[in-house]
Ligand binder design. Structure first.
Ligand SMILES: [Mg+2]
Length: 259
């Protein structure tokens, strides 16, 4: 029996590539206004290459896209502004803020908001992401009990440890938790190896699902259909649930009581 769902965010709830393009453009516009010397030397494609290089040279930051981007900016600012450390620190932080604004201008896939509400009405829902999206900022946090990201946790999917940390916070064994996401390695194989039920959200439908995908859906709405068909209806309202989680033992007793 599935008693909770963990969900990937980027490319599962929205397309991330257009948001990154918008974020890069927004940061570039800002650099042109405030730090033209940086913008001239570091065009969008050059900054992208620099970020890839920083990521390759710093495997210890593989779980932290924000740190990779800040370090790339630090390099670009240092290269353009020399040794003015205060100006570099301030510029890097302000440029990163601009990037993050653009990164949060996302458009959820059409069925997503409805599907999140349907899933959350049945089982506790948590976000499990390697990215740096902020659900509060995206006004989607109300559907999620918590959001666990690789930057805070210190390890990224597909590491089993981050899946197990999410299960622990849900107060459930991995075998009772379903993880859904678009990425075959990070989400599907990672969840499978960690002992969760793995669901591949595949919007393209071009390849066969791998053996590690226990379930396979074309969109989040299809996952919501499956959850509704395979979990009992809750008698408490979403508003009751939103009032806060009981401790794990109470929570389990409550769930058993309503079943
Ligand atoms: Mg993803």
């Amino acid at each position: 029996m599935i008693r909770a769902v963990t969900l990937d965010l980027d490319d599962t709830l929205w397309a991330i590539a257009p948001a990154i393009v918008r974020a890069e453009q927004r940061m570039d516009d800002w650099l042109r206004r405030h730090f033209p010397a940086v913008a001239t030397r570091w065009s969008i494609p050059r900054l992208r290459e620099l970020r890839d290089r920083v990521a390759a040279e710093h495997p210890e930051l593989a779980h932290d896209f924000s740190a990779q981007r800040r370090l790339s900016l630090r390099h670009a600012f240092g290269d353009s502004l020399g040794s003015d450390h205060h100006a570099i620190d301030d510029g890097v932080e302000a440029a990163f803020v601009e990037f993050q604004h653009g990164r949060h201008e996302i458009e959820p896939y059409p069925e997503v908001l409805d599907a999140l509400a349907r899933i959350a009405a049945r089982v506790p829902l948590a976000a499990l992401t390697n990215g740096n999206a902020d659900l509060e900022r995206l006004r989607m946090a109300q559907h999620f009990q918590f959001s666990l990201n690789a930057r805070e946790f210190g390890r990224a999917k597909p590491d089993a440890a981050i899946f197990h940390a999410a299960c622990e916070r849900l107060g459930l064994a991995p075998s009772s938790v379903l993880h859904a996401g678009d990425d075959l390695d990070a989400d599907v194989r990672g969840a499978h190896a960690a002992g969760l039920t793995s669901a591949w959200i595949d919007r393209h439908g071009k390849i066969e699902p791998p053996a590690e995908a226990h379930l396979h859906f074309g969109c989040l709405g299809a996952l919501a259909d499956w959850i509704e068909a395979n979990t009992p209806e809750q008698t408490s309202s979403p508003a009751d649930k939103a009032r806060g989680r009981r401790d794990d033992a109470d929570h389990l007793r409550h769930r058993q009581g309503v079943r």
